[in-house]
Design a protein around this ligand. Structure first.
Ligand SMILES: CC(C)(COP(=O)(O)OP(=O)(O)OC[C@H]1O[C@@H](n2cnc3c(N)ncnc32)[C@H](O)[C@@H]1OP(=O)(O)O)[C@@H](O)C(=O)NCCC(=O)NCCS
Length: 330
């Protein structure tokens, strides 16, 4: 019988665009204020991709950092997964560009589109490939350039988003207490209309009319998404602890999708999670969608907040509507 395996995170890295945009910049062209944005979301600044940056350039920088951290060469990879809903082009998959950028060929490379839940979906997919023994070294990237799709005339959504990429390398371990311990993935497609980009797909192909109607930008019902986010973040936290028999004391760090500081604080208060055990960086990066968890995870590790043996819960939710949670031991 094959030896049981877990998928361990052996390397991590992230990349953000050079340009930092402060809330006060929005005051110049929108009826908003630095104080409103900071108080309602927790965001002060975000990084915004410039003309020479894209989902692929950020992905490649994050991937190279994660590969160096794992001490493996691109040629050793068996698979590349990129989680994104702001891909380089409608097709081919962004993962194909990343493969070419790393100078390798012939290994599978594909995208996963689960919006802000993407990275946890990807972690689940990658860990199953490793646990079955089918693949050994998988590069998993969460990357997003939502500012390319933000409607800078819509103060209810454009103030939220930041651009970034985060990457991890996953490899098999026979130590069953290490690596991905649990993932739970969910979707309620009937909520598709709460957050989407309606134009440019098969339903509304690109035309002068779709451009004039601003259909190529993010449309969002903020208040409804907010309620959904609080409910799902609480549910996922409880589920992750129950499935892995964890108490609050057993958890070293929660790395939540960086959606809104108020959402994160209300979810944590349900379980009396001390905020010192919750990594928050939304103040500096905004909501970077699927990049937010691998970015926060890497930052947490670099700051010494987590290390080998730490137990981490990840929780995310986003367009779809999708939501997903996972437990990882480093
Ligand atoms: C978008 C969000 C910040 C809005 O905050 P909120 O407290 O829910 O605010 P509401 O939408 O209820 O709006 C309250 C008022 O503020 C106004 N407002 C909205 N955006 C504003 C802005 N940037 N500046 C000033 N006022 C703003 C609204 O027009 C509304 O005014 P009204 O009462 O006169 O109608 C919040 O709902 C949110 O973070 N939702 C989650 C969205 C998300 O993260 N989506 C990504 C998917 S993971």
């Amino acid at each position: 019988m094959a030896q049981p395996l877990r998928a361990a995170i052996t390397g991590m890295g992230y990349s953000v665009p050079k340009r930092v945009m402060h809330n006060s910049e929005f005051e110049k062209f929108l009826d908003t204020s630095d104080a409103w944005i900071a108080q309602r979301t927790g965001i002060h600044t975000r990084h915004v991709a410039g003309p020479d940056e894209s989902t692929v350039t950020l992905s490649l920088d994050a991937a190279k950092a994660a590969l160096a951290d794992a001490k493996i060469a691109p040629e050793e990879l068996d698979m590349i997964l990129v989680c994104t809903v702001t891909g380089e082009m409608p097709f081919p998959a962004t993962a194909c560009f990343v493969q070419a950028g790393l100078g390798i060929k012939n290994i599978p490379a594909f995208d996963i589109a689960a919006a802000c839940s993407g990275f946890v979906y990807g972690l689940s997919v990658a860990s199953k490939f490793i646990e079955t023994g089918a693949y050994k070294k998988i590069l998993l990237i969460g990357a997003e350039t939502l500012n390319r799709f933000s409607d800078y005339t819509d103060r209810g959504s454009c103030i939220l988003f930041g651009d970034a990429a985060g990457a991890v390398v996953l490899e098999p371990t026979t130590d069953l207490h290490r690596g991905v311990q649990y993932t739970g993935l969910y979707c309620d497609g009937s909520g598709w209309d709460l957050i989407n980009i309606p134009g440019g797909g098969s339903r509304h192909g690109t035309s002068h009319e779709t451009v004039d109607a601003r259909m190529h930008y993010v449309k969002m019902s903020g208040r409804e998404v907010y309620k959904f986010a609080v409910e799902k973040m609480q549910g996922l936290l409880g589920e992750c602890m129950e499935k892995c028999n964890l108490t609050v004391d057993d958890v070293d760090m929660v790395v939540p999708h960086q959606v809104n500081i108020r959402v994160i604080e209300s979810a944590m208060s349900k379980f009396d999670f001390p905020m010192e055990k919750v990594h928050v960086n939304i103040d500096r990066y905004g909501n970077t969608s699927t990049a937010s968890i691998p970015l926060a995870l890497t930052e947490c590790r670099d700051m010494g907040k987590v290390k080998a043996g730490s137990t981490i819960i990840m929780v995310a939710f986003g367009a779809g509507l999708t939501w997903a949670g996972g437990v990882v031991r480093l």
